[in-house]
Design a protein around this ligand. Structure first.
Ligand SMILES: *Cc1c(COP(=O)(O)O)cnc(C)c1O
Length: 404
């Protein structure tokens, strides 16, 4: 049973006040809040079995290693990956994309083509631009329309035998659009191109089935799914991870080192040089347990209700425009009010305890498309309520009166 009051009890931060008002946290697309089950896991690690992993024979190290590998397996389950060594721990989505972009250079030659969508986060644009500069590959862009949906007919025209890789987000952080990634992946595979999906915004709401999707690479961050910052995941198909050269050299990623030649460790260690965020990885596993204890379908259903409720209420405000009006979207509402700068709205609603994000949301090409400097973005999580949305709407109305 989805019990919102009980769920809210799990999040200590939701009890605090900001500027004298109860916190209304609507910046979940930037980072989610942390339930006490995950906080307890972090305290337990440092209180009881903090040790380096995969090295010592001593008991603490064994315990930490076991817990870390159990967490890897929980993540494997969440993504329905076939093998746990296809799950690489990273520091986050950005790290995962850079890891693939860096290694992919060995497969590219001048004139090869890469395809990106028009609605990417900067972290799924810049590493590929750097790769193109290094290799002479060409970056092509799938355009989008006024609703914030990708124009699939244009995508089909971009694909050809020179296309080597397609990368796209599963869900847009700035618009909330859920992209048709099944179709994107299949069309890319038809021309022999690989696909990387940025799942940073999708994994807080759903379980991506990487086997069913037949995706080559899928990346996400723990801190958007109730876990800690500084840890994330790269799923890669075994055959790709075997081909891809390592990203960083160091301890833990080698089989044998001499000054003449070094051989690399097996998966997943080949991509996990150095001491990782051990506690973070284990807490990521605890966050997945927590999400599953509530149920991803229940989470998605409640968030959808919040989205519809908030969309309707905000649309009634005169001069307010919502960016991202696809029928397929998650609980992100990007908006502006005519004649008012988004930053000013954000500042005034913060005075009333409401946390929203303002700006370009690391997706400047989207802002350029709509010819705006940025938006106000309210993003809801399963622990939010309709009463909190009422507070947001009243705060936005107040800001509008003060600024217009
Ligand atoms: C947040 C986000 C990223 C970047 O994630 P980091 O955790 O900062 O590495 C990339 N893509 C999307 C769609 C995001 O929402």
């Amino acid at each position: 049973m989805f019990d919102i009051n009980k769920i809210r009890e799990d999040f200590p931060i939701l009890k605090r006040k900001v500027n004298g008002y109860p916190l209304v946290y609507f910046d979940n697309a930037a980072t989610s809040q942390t339930p006490k089950q995950v906080i307890d896991c972090i305290v337990d690690y440092y209180s009881n079995y903090n040790a380096n992993i995969h090295r010592g024979v001593h008991s603490l190290s064994q315990e930490a290693t076991d817990k870390y590998e159990q967490a890897r397996n929980k993540i494997r389950g969440h993504f329905n990956a076939a093998r746990s060594y296809e799950i690489i721990f990273t520091s986050g989505t950005t790290h995962g994309i850079n890891l693939v972009a860096n290694g992919f250079g060995s497969f590219l030659k001048e004139g090869d083509e890469l395809i990106v969508s028009a609605m990417e986060h900067h972290s799924n644009i810049v590493p590929w631009q750097m790769l193109c500069e290094r290799t002479g590959a060409i970056l092509k862009v799938i355009p989008m329309d006024e609703n914030g949906e990708l124009i699939m007919s244009s995508y089909k025209e971009l694909l050809n035998e020179n296309t080597k890789l397609v990368f796209c987000n599963h869900i847009s952080n700035a618009l909330g659009t859920v992209n048709p990634i099944e179709e994107i992946i299949q069309l890319a595979h038809n021309v022999g191109a690989a696909v990387l999906i940025d799942g940073a915004q999708a994994c807080p709401h759903l379980k991506p089935d990487v086997q069913k999707l037949d995706v080559d690479f899928y990346v996400a961050s723990a801190h958007k799914m109730c876990g800690p910052t500084g840890v994330g995941v790269l799923y890669g198909k075994e055959e790709w991870l075997n081909k891809l050269p390592p990203y960083q050299g160091g301890g833990e990623m080698i089989a044998e080192v001499t000054f003449e030649k070094t051989t690399y460790a097996d998966l997943p260690h080949k991509f996990e040089a150095g001491t990782p965020n051990i506690c973070g990885g284990i807490a990521f596993g605890a966050a997945i347990d927590y999400l599953n204890s509530i149920g991803m379908e229940e989470i998605m259903a409640w968030e959808h209700e919040l989205l519809e409720y908030a969309t309707k209420a905000l649309e009634e405000i005169e001069g307010l425009r919502i960016y991202g009006t696809s029928k397929h979207k998650t609980s992100v509402i990007s908006f502006n009010i005519e004649g008012v700068h988004p930053y000013d709205i954000g500042t005034i609603v913060d005075k009333l305890g409401v946390a929203v994000r303002t700006g370009h949301h690391c997706a400047q090409p989207i802002m350029d498309y709509f010819k705006i400097p940025g938006t106000v973005r309210a993003s809801f999580a399963f622990y939010n309520t309709k009463e909190e949305i009422d507070v947001l709407v009243a705060a936005v109305k107040k800001a509008h009166l003060m600024l217009a």
